[in-house]
Design a binder for this molecule. Structure first.
Ligand code: NAD
Ligand code: UGA
Length: 480
């Protein structure tokens, strides 16, 4: 029997819920999308008239919001109403690693998923399809089903029933709109064919049918974790080789290019950097580790755990290199940090390598001036857990006299940020950092000044010609 869908609810208006529903709303103008969240501030930002003030920065998102918002896409905190009217509900809430209790440090904290399922059980009407959009440990669908099954009637004593599907999201931040528009695949896991077809009917509006895969629910959950684990593994692999390059005289860019030409390996995801960040890679691998340990697969658990361990080691390695190059001490030295987001084209800093590297350098007594085109001072303060110093940009001597202090710089346009700096560290590959005028910058710095390029984005000739010392990730000749 065909299941007709008209009203869609998404619980969770974050980096996944917001862009995903916006894309669906733009492709399915006859359907109504209600995106709800318990976070009032976030919803207010989603509804902000000024599209530059949306809660997340994502290229192409503003245009799509302008096309759909308050037409067939609505952001609100009215969770009850959105659930009541929904034929299909996407659960798109956060699933961070548990910080305490059973499985702490590895398994996902499902309290937000559980709360969402309970809200669905309380307010839904008639038959509803519930879709896991969040990334979840294998067999979480069972947990959701169990919660829903106990509710035979809703708060108004009306009969209710459900089907649970898994439909993990594969978008990457910074390219979310492009990824959603042309996904490599859409995965629909479940056991009720009619419910799966109903969800398929939404995607069919713009995704070619051969890209939509039907699987059983557990394969779908595991495929999402595995996909992230494989991607993270590639980054850890190439970063581990960058360390070998630096001591042997090889160049990681040349090695990447050479191995990427092998069609079995492929050229994507082979850029060595300061270590992978983002809210999901570490969390999802640790989830896999927990699963393997739970089933007594110790060797499997150790294999995946090492991908995270190498990443942590690599971030520490970079901060140590900075200290060593600056004559073994950075105490009271001003260092300019360019980039704080975990990758370019996003304002997200979760698990950003910049957090670890900056904390390590602050611990060593360095004074940091941090600039990122999209990350706010308030976000950096939260991440570093240290208040920024109040000294003015011009009051450089009092800033330098401090030790382990940091301040934010909104702009790098007038180059004042580089005055009296001992080094510049590039931690995120923002396009604007590629165009810096190193000749002008070098005149403002304290010789022998250094540039540390952890993303391989700057013109090495220009830096050298400006008389600056250069360290570049995985560059065996440059770093001698
Ligand atoms: P997020 O933290 O940005 O957003 C989650 C939102 O859910 C928050 O705004 C929070 O207030 C809201 N929420 C929590 N409990 C709620 C409840 N009971 N009712 C209503 N709202 C509630 O997280 P995110 O980055 O969007 O990730 C969401 C899920 O998607 C995670 O499982 C993540 O692993 C997965 N995922 C994320 C990405 C990504 O690029 N960020 C990509 C693919 C998958
Ligand atoms: C990643 C996956 O790419 C998405 O498919 C997935 O949906 C998402 O996680 C998720 O589940 O959250 P995301 O974390 O947004 O997306 O960004 P990526 O482009 O994967 O980058 C992750 C980290 O790896 C970044 O810190 C990035 O700088 C780093 N990276 C990536 C490298 O250091 N080198 C590379 O070649 C690629």
């Amino acid at each position: 029997m065909e299941i007709l869908i008209k009203n869609i609810c998404c619980i969770g208006a974050g980096y996944v819920g917001g862009p995903t529903m916006t894309m669906m709303a733009s492709k399915c103008p006859d359907l109504i999308f209600n995106v709800v969240d318990i976070n009032k501030t976030r919803i207010t930002s989603w509804n902000n008239e000024d599209l530059s003030k949306l809660p997340i920065f994502e290229p192409g998102l503003e245009e799509l919001i302008a096309k759909t918002r308050n037409k067939n896409l609505f952001f609100s905190t009215n969770i009850k109403e959105a659930i009541e009217s929904a034929d299909i509900i996407f659960i798109s809430v956060n699933t961070p690693t548990k910080t305490k209790g059973l499985g702490a440090g590895k398994s996902s904290d499902l309290k937000w998923v559980e709360a969402s399922a309970r809200q669905v059980a309380k307010y839904s009407k008639g038959y509803t399809i519930v879709v896991e959009k969040s990334t979840l440990p294998v067999r979480t669908a069972e947990v959701i089903e169990n919660i829903l099954k106990t509710a035979k009637t809703n708060s108004k004593k009306e009969e209710i029933s459900f089907d649970v599907l898994s439909n993990p999201e594969f978008l990457a931040e910074g390219t979310a709109i492009k990824d959603l528009d042309k996904p490599d695949r859409v995965l629909i896991g479940g056991d009720n064919k009619n419910a799966m077809i109903a969800l398929n009917n939404i995607y069919k509006a713009w995704v070619p049918e051969d890209k939509i895969l039907f699987t059983n629910i557990w394969s779908s959950e595991l495929a999402k974790l595995t996909s992230n684990a494989f991607l993270a593994q590639r980054v850890s692999s190439i970063n581990s080789i960058s360390a070998i390059c630096e001591v042997t005289g090889a160049d990681i860019r040349e090695v990447s290019r050479a191995i990427g030409k092998d069609s079995r390996i492929g050229s994507k995801f082979l850029d060595s950097g300061p270590g992978f960040g983002g809210s999901c890679f570490k969390k999802d691998i640790l989830n896999l580790v927990y699963l393997a340990e739970y089933f007594g697969l110790t060797e499997v658990a150790n294999f995946w755990q090492s991908v995270v361990q190498i990443n942590t080691w690599h971030q520490k390695r970079i901060s140590e290199i900075v200290v060593k190059k600056l004559f073994g001490t950075v105490t009271n030295k001003k260092l300019v940090v360019l980039g704080f987001a975990f990758k370019a084209n996003t304002n997200d800093t979760r698990e950003s390598a910049a957090i670890t590297i900056c904390k390590n350098l602050l611990n060593e007594g360095a004074n940091l001036v941090i600039h990122d085109p999209k990350v706010t001072a308030c976000q950096i303060e939260n991440d570093l857990d240290i208040n920024p110093t109040k000294s003015l940009e011009t009051d450089i001597s009092s800033f330098i006299a401090k030790s382990g202090a940091w301040k934010h710089s909104k702009s790098i346009d007038n180059l004042a940020i580089f005055n009296d700096a001992y080094a510049v560290l590039i931690l995120t590959e923002w396009g604007e950092f590629r165009k810096l005028n190193w000749n002008d910058i070098s005149k403002r710095m304290v010789p022998p000044a250094w540039v540390f390029d952890s993303r391989s984005i700057i013109n090495t000739d220009e830096v050298r010609e400006a008389g600056l010392n250069l360290w570049r990730i995985g560059d065996g000749l440059e770093n001698k």
